[in-house]
Design a protein around this ligand. Structure first.
Ligand code: ATP
Length: 353
């Protein structure tokens, strides 16, 4: 029996459930009565896949449009069970890479392997275990949300009940029987996400999942991504919302002008760039003497004063020296916080002109 604590996607109430590997549990939130389901990861499947450590391998992928190289010799691999973030500025080549990976557009050259299978030679088998959220989500506008999902559910060999549960989970219960043509952009996006996770695919490919969503919707998608990973899916997600990627991704790759410029965990990328944390110190009263004393501490890159706060970019080891310097100069420290370098810092450095 495995115990799991979940957050209700609707009201964020903690829900504790118990089940066996592979078992699907139907849940009703005790607070808001939202309904949902959770499938415990099937350990057998995960361990079977351990030998084959890559869910996706992209080798030397290139794609041009009328002589313009949108994707230029891109290679990376995504490990089984990880969340892999794919970042890049507008027009960098993210969607072109994703469409080429899925053979929605034909790459000029390169190899794509899903669990060691070449997608070009095993398209049907491979696509059976992939869930995909495109950048521009489209449905049959004259069909209702439920009819649309049921249409895809047949292809994924899953049930109408799962469609209903997912629609509810994504907060669209009231509009389940409304035609998708009458849906707002955010509603279509949520329905697109529901379609992508239908049938619990082994690999989930999400192109800008937060597009058009309000903050609650962004949290909903983020929780769903984590939940899918916990259930054993491998997730490849492209996004502009860097904070979101930073929170959920095990690895990131950054593409710029068609070429891959970085690939690692966020913290390793920060280390490689020698990005330092910012220490934010709240001092009761900041005098020039205090400021001078802090600036003198060795290992400090930058000091900014903002009312009663000092924002100090420095080597983490200098924290104690900073405290001593402030207090020796007569300062009374009220609070001290450390902010690690963010993915935004990493992204800006790798994509700067
Ligand atoms: P965004 O974040 O803005 O969605 P992206 O990183 O997904 O951007 P792509 O859509 O892959 O970028 O586009 C990469 C480049 O390829 C852009 O310069 C784009 O204009 C070009 N491109 C994409 N599709 C086509 C096409 N069908 N015909 C011609 N050029 C294209």
């Amino acid at each position: 029996m495995v115990k799991k604590i979940l957050m209700c996607p609707n009201c964020n109430t903690k829900i504790t459930i118990e089940g066996n590997p592979g078992e699907k549990i139907y849940i009703t939130c005790s607070n808001c009565e939202s309904k949902g389901s959770y499938e415990f990861s099937n350990k057998k499947f995960t361990s079977e896949k351990k030998g084959n450590s890559y869910a996706l391998e992209v080798r030397n992928l290139s794609k041009s449009f009328n002589g313009f190289k949108a994707v230029d010799n891109v290679s990376f691999e995504v490990k089984v069970g990880e969340i892999f973030g794919f970042l890049g500025p507008n027009g960098a080549g993210k969607t072109t890479t994703i469409k080429s990976i899925l053979d929605i557009i034909h790459a000029d050259s390169g190899n794509i392997l899903f669990n060691n299978l070449d997608i070009l030679k095993n398209e049907k088998e491979v696509k059976n275990y992939i869930g995909y959220l495109p950048e521009k989500v489209a449905f049959y506008n004259n069909l209702t949300a439920l009819q649309n999902l049921c249409f895809y559910a047949e292809m994924k060999n899953t049930s109408k009940d799962e469609c209903k549960l997912l629609i509810e989970e994504f907060g669209l219960k009231e509009s389940m029987n409304k035609k998708v043509g009458q849906y707002s952009k955010g509603m279509v996006q949520k329905l697109g996400m529901a379609r992508a996770v239908l049938g619990s695919p082994k690999i989930l490919i999400l192109d800008e999942p937060s597009g058009g969503l309000d903050p609650r919707g962004v949290v909903l998608i983020r929780n769903k991504i984590r939940e899918m990973r916990d259930k054993g899916s491998t997730i490849f997600v492209s996004s502009h919302v860097l904070s979101e990627i930073q929170e959920v991704c095990d690895q990131v790759a950054i593409i710029n002008k068609g070429s891959l410029v970085a690939k690692d965990s966020v913290s390793n990328l920060s280390t490689k760039l020698n990005l330092k944390p910012t220490i934010k110190v709240e001092v009761e009263k900041i005098s020039d003497v205090i400021l001078k004393a802090v600036k003198k501490v060795k290992g400090i890159d930058k000091v900014d004063r903002d009312n009663n706060y000092l924002n100090i970019v420095c080597d983490p080891k200098t924290k104690a020296k900073i405290i001593i310097a402030i207090e020796s100069a007569g300062g009374n420290i009220i609070n001290l916080q450390t902010k690690e370098p963010s993915l935004e810092d990493v992204f800006l450095r790798y994509t700067e002109e």
